[in-house]
Ligand binder design. Structure first.
Ligand code: ARG
Length: 465
């Protein structure tokens, strides 16, 4: 019975007599998503064929036919002239089947000394390397936007919060620079993940290596990998490099969700610290007064999807015995989705940071209400009166209560009321009660004073941009 008649797979259907069930055609293929690996698949095949020829495993004429055929396929795909077939399951078999149509017999020699197991993981590692580089570049751009906006606002006072209560005055620039640090660590994590990703599994074959005299170091080097993988079984069975990348994406997405939440809050009527332009807001179909920060909300919301991808892959890999199991085909969709989603979120956040207008007057009005310089008063009592901090804290709380009762700020509270709480307080105390003074005085390394933040910005420029 010919393969055509039986409907069995042309690639591996030698001992199959009947076609797969209809439902198999739905559950089995990965071409619907792994077509994205075409460039990597072709690049890896070209190097593999060159290595085979170099080692005398295939002839030079076969290699040349394979190289030309693969180049043609790449062109066909890029010009959208290639028909992907679900019957051919995945990108690897789609490319190979087309190669057979184009070059004939030599195509059958390409799969010598490799398997789809090592081929698939090689393609994915190549894809991840580029994806990491692309993601790193957009996160760097976000850092650039944050650093630039921070530079404009090293003297713009705003309340710093703890427990969502006004805590101490900071500057908007200092606040933005906090995110530069978070995104910097995200980039460092990505760089670490890249190192562990950038090793070459090709040549591990199905799981045990191969009896052909291949040169895995040549293959690795030609594909820009730092080395071949050490163990053939680990090569085809491991997915922790993808899990790690999905964690990097999840952590990044969680950081993005925090700044997105702040943008949403700052735009809200209760705060009005910033405004987003028409370009980054949407209106309501029923409430004409609305200007909704949809992009920020979506960045916050999409975080769930990215973390979901991490969970999905962790659960897929959990409990899998050695070595390749078809379960592992499930590694790709969460990876593609997480990378695409997080990159979109980074770019939207950069757009909002560049777009937003700051309202210093609104930030200031919060500082008039929350007694944010109470710590400065306590510190003054320690410094000028030699009072232990715990006692100074107690005295300050009473002074705050007086101001609260009078409905005024600490700066506006009369000296008699203060001295009534503790006679050691003198007129000199007023010099520390203004928010400006509070911010200017916080000159410790990493602190919020404009001069220290300017230095931090200079270091961040050198380090991240
Ligand atoms: N399509 C598969 C994947 O995405 C390729 C490897 C399949 N190997 C196999 N023996 N069925 O992982």
């Amino acid at each position: 019975m010919s393969e055509q008649k039986s409907g069995a797979n042309k690639m591996w259907g030698g001992r199959f007599t009947t076609a797969p069930a209809e439902i198999m055609k739905k559950i089995n293929p990965s071409i619907g998503f792994d077509y994205r690996l075409y460039r990597q698949d072709i690049a890896a095949s070209k190097v593999h064929a060159r290595m085979l020829a170099r080692q005398g495993i295939i002839g030079e004429a076969d290699n040349e036919a394979i190289q030309a055929g693969l180049d043609q396929i790449l062109k066909e795909i890029e010009e959208s002239r290639f028909t992907f077939s679900v019957d051919l399951e995945d990108i690897h078999m789609n490319v190979e089947a087309r190669l057979k149509e184009i070059v004939g017999e030599p195509a059958g020699r390409l799969h010598t000394a490799r398997s789809r197991n090592d081929q698939a993981v090689t393609d994915v590692r190549l894809w991840m390397r580029d994806a990491i580089d692309g993601l790193d570049a957009v996160v760097q751009e976000l850092q650039r936007a944050l650093i630039e906006r921070a530079g404009e606002h090293v003297e713009t006072l705003m309340p710093g919060f703890t427990h969502m209560q006004v805590a101490q005055p900071v500057t908007f620039g200092h606040h933005l620079m906090a995110y530069v640090e978070m995104f910097g660590r995200d980039r460092q994590r990505l760089a670490g993940a890249r190192e562990r990703t950038n090793i070459c599994p090709l040549g591990a074959a199905a799981l045990a290596g191969t009896a052909f005299p291949i040169d895995r170091h040549f293959t690795a080097e030609q594909l820009g990998f730092s080395a071949p993988t050490e163990n053939s079984m680990d090569s085809v069975a491991s997915r922790d490099h993808i899990v790690e990348l999905l964690f990097c994406c999840s952590m990044l997405a969680v950081h993005l969700s925090r700044i997105a939440e702040e943008i949403t809050l700052w735009c809200s009527d209760g705060f009005r610290f910033i405004a987003l332009s028409d370009a980054f807001t949407t209106g309501s179909s029923i409430m004409p007064q609305k200007r909704n920060p949809d992009a920020a909300e979506l960045v916050r919301g999409k975080t769930g999807r990215v973390v979901g991808s991490l969970n999905a892959l962790l659960m897929t890999v959990k409990g899998l015995p050695m070595t390749f199991m078809k379960d592992m085909q499930e590694d790709k969709e969460p990876m593609f989705d997480a990378l695409e989603t997080v990159q979109l979120c980074v770019e939207a956040t950069t757009g909002m940071i560049r777009d937003l207008t700051v309202r210093p007057d609104q930030m200031r009005s919060f500082l008039e209400r929350g007694f944010p310089t109470a710590t400065d008063l306590a510190d003054w009592l320690v410094r000028e009166g030699g009072i232990p901090f715990r006692d100074a804290h107690h005295i300050t709380a009473k002074v705050v209560a007086r101001a609260e009762a009078k409905g005024c700020t600490l700066s506006a509270l009369d000296i008699e009321s203060m001295r009534d709480v503790d006679p050691r307080i003198t007129e000199k105390v007023y010099s520390v009660l203004a928010p400006e003074h509070s911010v200017n005085s916080r000159r410790s390394y990493g602190g919020t004073s404009p001069e220290v933040v300017r230095e931090a910005i200079a270091r961040a420029n050198a380090r991240w941009l």
